[in-house]
Design a protein around this ligand. Structure first.
Ligand code: C2E
Ligand code: CA
Ligand code: CA
Length: 321
């Protein structure tokens, strides 16, 4: 039909008798190695190891549990403050997912988000999270009379969905909020690849009034051109540039200063993650008082219900710098 098709092979390798003396067991080990080769990005081979089958079993377990987590009410929204450096005032929160599996074991989002993305659960989970988060935000805004905002992590594959802006605007409308109440965090790796569709969606989101932030800035394939081309408002400087390194590591100081200068030149706002000490917070404040700070020095991520206890009284957390 005039198309050029590129065909690749993924190969799983198992050895007899090491990985199975009988055909059945050997085939099974080969299949697991094949799954691993495909998950690793295809067009490659993988050799079976017992650790591989443990990993796959663990992943399968996460997958099964996650499919039921929403209906079993096992997910929770945690919120971590974003504090303005100059004034030490609370401005907003980043929403971070938590999964309390079977009501007890806490599973890290770093472990279950990639699975949720792969099995198509990230969309319903994010829809749920945004709905919950907006409900909290609306009540906090009423009680504190502050225009607090929320920052939401969006997975790259979610950007492909045409109904994403509609979903976000719907959740806001249900709670009497508008798009300026949400900042959307996209990772650098989600922005590269030059996908026309992704660009279009970002334009569409910006036109709808959402603030767009590049998350984990500095860790991905840097896309400096993109920062100019796309309607990006904020850079979130990754915690690896700050935590354990600022202010005593001269190289880290140089890199951080360069990133702050870049943001200033491009007129982008900055959020600095991984602020664990007062010294780090003050260090950034002297360089950019408008920067937003996030980190254990101020607060760890805490359940939105815990924040209710403070904010619904009309109080705000007090931070010192
Ligand atoms: P992230 O977006 O980079 O989130 C920041 C992570 O750094 C959070 O980990 C937070 O708890 C941690 N952190 C904050 N301040 C400090 C600090 O001062 N020191 C140290 N050592 N760590 C700090 P968490 O909550 O485990 O989240 C891990 C990742 O999971 C997030 O990284 C994000 O990529 C992903 N994630 C979490 N919630 C969602 C979600 O709703 N949707 C999507 N797509 N991804 C999410
Ligand atoms: Ca984030
Ligand atoms: Ca981050």
């Amino acid at each position: 039909g005039g198309y050029v098709l590129k065909i690749t092979a993924s190969i799983g390798i198992a050895l007899s008798p090491r990985d199975g003396g009988q055909a059945d067991g050997l085939m099974q080990a080969g299949d697991l190695a094949l799954i691993s080769a495909k998950r690793g990005g295809r067009d490659q081979y993988a050799v079976y190891t017992p650790a591989l089958s443990e990993r796959i079993a663990r992943r399968f377990g996460i997958e099964q549990g996650l499919r039921r987590a929403l209906e079993k009410n096992e997910l929770e929204v945690y919120m971590q403050p974003l504090v303005e450096a100059g004034s030490a005032q609370l401005r907003g929160f980043e929403c971070l997912l938590r999964w309390k599996r079977d009501g007890q074991t806490m599973i890290s989002p770093a472990d279950f988000i990639p699975v949720a993305e792969e099995i198509g659960l990230i969309e319903p989970i994010t829809t749920w999270l945004v709905g919950e988060a907006c409900k909290h935000l609306a009540s906090w805004r009423r009680a504190t009379r502050r225009e607090l905002f929320l920052s939401i992590n969006l997975s790259p594959r979610h950007l492909l969905r045409e109904d994403l802006p509609h979903m976000l605007l719907g959740a806001l409308r249900n709670n009497g909020l508008d798009a300026s109440a949400l900042m959307l965090e996209l990772t650098e790796s989600g922005l590269v690849g030059g996908l026309e569709l992704v660009r279009e969606r970002i334009q569409q989101l910006a036109i709808s009034g959402f603030q767009i932030a590049v998350d984990d800035f500095g860790t991905g394939h840097s896309t400096l051109g993109m920062l100019i081309e796309l309607p990006i408002d904020k850079l979130k400087i990754d915690q690896s540039f700050v935590r354990d390194r600022i202010p005593h590591d001269p190289e880290a100081v140089k890199v951080l200063d360069a990133m702050l200068a870049l943001a200033r030149e491009l007129q982008l706002h900055v959020v600095v993650e991984g602020v664990e000490t007062a010294e780090q917070a003050r260090f950034i404040r002297t360089r950019n008082p408008q920067a937003m700070l996030q980190g254990y020095y101020f607060d760890r991520p805490t359940s939105a219900y815990t924040w209710d206890g403070l904010l619904l009284d009309g109080s705000l957390p007090q931070y010192e710098l």
